[in-house]
Design a protein around this ligand. Structure first.
Ligand code: ZN
Length: 291
């Protein structure tokens, strides 16, 4: 089976190929997730809420990317992929610190963790010029590097380096209907930022992350994912789902309770607004989910 398209299409083909006993290859037409490389599919309910990770015994036999096709797609897809791939290092670092199991089922390897770090470094250096090039549908060396980071390094990095709070919070966010319609990488970025807050990361690091990912075009406030600090009911649903038994948030090197997630999520609204204002970046625009 040949999966041609974005993350959901590719995951659907992988799952179908597995059920049918047919091997699969992936041909991503956007670099918006690391789904093309991985050996799992994310399964959602019909309403769009996270249901489960479905694991397969093998990765795709081939991942084939035509960079010009990726450059012809709207830049927002590439930006979402940057959000997904930046999380890879933050989560692999946490998984290594706690010596938790990875998505591939073993302990993190130095190789997986190093690839996650490489993905982060490449993106920090190349994401902004790559996005500018793609806005004009140009393929440059920066675009090629970002495609590799988003698709290959992030995929290998999370499978062999591990997932932690960022993706668990992404999964939790799918419990709030307000966030439906946002790309995976957009919600993951909120997860990454929330993870940094939960870690008590140096304020300078959190500030840099907000500035950089805002420039990439990723959400860094609740406002931009359709929520506010007043949405107590939704934030409780999010926090409960993010800390459910078996969620990757338990790979963090410390215990994370639902109340911690709620406080961290709420705290990013005011802090991000401050950082953006001080950096001369635009104030967040509210996201309204399409129905
Ligand atoms: Zn992801």
């Amino acid at each position: 089976m040949v999966a041609v398209g974005g993350g959901s299409t590719i995951d659907a083909v992988k799952a179908s190929g597995f059920l049918a006993g047919i091997r699969w290859v992936t041909v991503p037409t956007v670099a918006s997730t690391d789904a093309p490389t991985s050996a799992l599919a994310v399964v959602y309910t019909e309403d769009g809420a996270f249901e489960e990770y479905r694991f397969f015994p093998r990765n795709p036999d081939l991942v084939l990317v035509d960079s010009q096709i990726v450059a012809n797609a709207p830049a927002a897809f590439l930006a979402a992929g940057v959000g997904d791939a930046l999380a890879t290092w933050l989560e692999a670092r946490a998984t290594a610190a706690s010596n938790s199991l990875t998505m591939a089922g073993g302990l993190p390897t130095l190789t997986g963790t190093a690839l996650a770090r490489l993905s982060w470094d490449i993106l920090w250096e190349n994401a902004l010029p790559a996005l500018d090039a793609v806005r004009d549908h140009l393929v440059t060396p920066a675009v090629e590097k970002v495609i590799e980071a988003n698709t290959l390094l992030s995929g290998l990095g999370f499978e062999s380096g591990g997932l932690a709070a960022a993706h668990a919070i992404h999964n939790g966010l799918t419990a709030a209907p307000q966030t439906h319609g946002l790309a995976h990488g957009q919600k993951v970025n909120i997860g990454s930022l929330t993870q940094l807050v939960l870690e008590g990361a140096p304020t300078g690091d959190i500030r840099d992350f907000i500035e950089f990912t805002t420039r990439v075009g990723l959400p860094t406030t609740l406002t931009e994912i359709g929520l506010t600090v007043e949405n107590t009911h939704e934030l409780e649903l999010v926090a409960n789902a993010a800390t459910a038994t078996g969620e990757t948030i338990h790979a963090m090197p410390f215990e994370v309770r639902p109340a911690d997630v709620i406080s961290a999520l709420k705290s990013i609204e005011r802090f991000s607004r401050r950082v953006r204002e001080e950096a001369g970046l635009p104030a967040p625009k509210p996201y309204v989910a399409a129905h």
